[in-house]
Design a protein around this ligand. Sequence first.
Ligand SMILES: Nc1ncnc2c1ncn2[C@@H]1O[C@H](COP(=O)(O)OP(=O)(O)OP(=O)(O)O)[C@@H](O)[C@H]1O
Length: 287
Amino acid sequence: MSVINISGVTKKFGNTVALDHVDLTIEPNKIYGLLGRNGAGKTTLLNLITNRIFPNEGDIRIGGEEVFENEKALSKVFYMMEEDLYPKNDKVIEMYKWTKEFFPEFDMEYAISLSEKFGLNVKKRIKQLSTGYNSIFKGIIALSVNTEIVILDEPILGLDANHREMFYREIINNYSHNPRTIIISTHLIEEVSDVLEEAIVIKDGKVILKKSVEELLSTAYTVAGELSKVDQYVMGKEVIGEQVMGKFKTVTVLENTNKKNHNLAKELDLEFGKVELQKLFINLTNS
Ligand SMILES: Nc1ncnc2c1ncn2[C@@H]1O[C@H](COP(=O)(O)OP(=O)(O)OP(=O)(O)O)[C@@H](O)[C@H]1O
């Protein structure tokens, strides 16, 4: 069963092909990371899913129904956009009330308790919020809205390290109480990697990968130790990153670990480690 179904979708802006025959299935109750370099087509895809723009070709369905001017299908989705669309003169609390009118499942109590937790004064006007607090405000709405699908486009824009950590923890906490489909589009891949179950990588308007993060991380590993021994170890293997510090070297190898590798590493006194999602992403999207 899928909640979002995208088939053969192409979107052009003049001569720019922002999305090129994209097929994608989003399953229920998973946290997805939508990853891609600048201009890859992430926002275009999210705008298409939420019917803000229309494809030149292809079909987009939510819960089996076409999204085009379909209020019922679209009411299942909440889209936290990077853009700021809230009226600047209104107060945070007024925006919470306004959201509840459109999304009756909006949990006001939770929104207010989150505001306290993050130190967001709900009596402030939107225009008085700093960039970070503006993201917190939008993030709180997204977490409280209780739609079947929640889309977050760059949700941690301007947040300091503490607030980012708090926000990621809150996503997991929220999801464990109320599993649903969450799609997070972000550039801060390493930070969000523990939150994600599945990664979707877009490159030049095409979906080049859709895999569980666990599976993805098992496709590579790091190995570290004395420089010459590491060089000996990686002979004939595909290396996608390396770091040298004096006589010490760490490399990222693109392959599954196996017993043979483990034995060889042991012989050479090398240590295995986990690859970072960011490293794999760079390798996938670099060329
Ligand atoms: N309204 C528009 N008019 C013209 N070109 C557009 C428009 N929106 C997007 N594009 C182009 O489509 C391509 C995909 O853009 P999109 O905003 O979807 O990328 P993105 O992956 O969200 O990038 P970023 O990470 O930088 O936000 C880019 O080449 C962009 O310039």
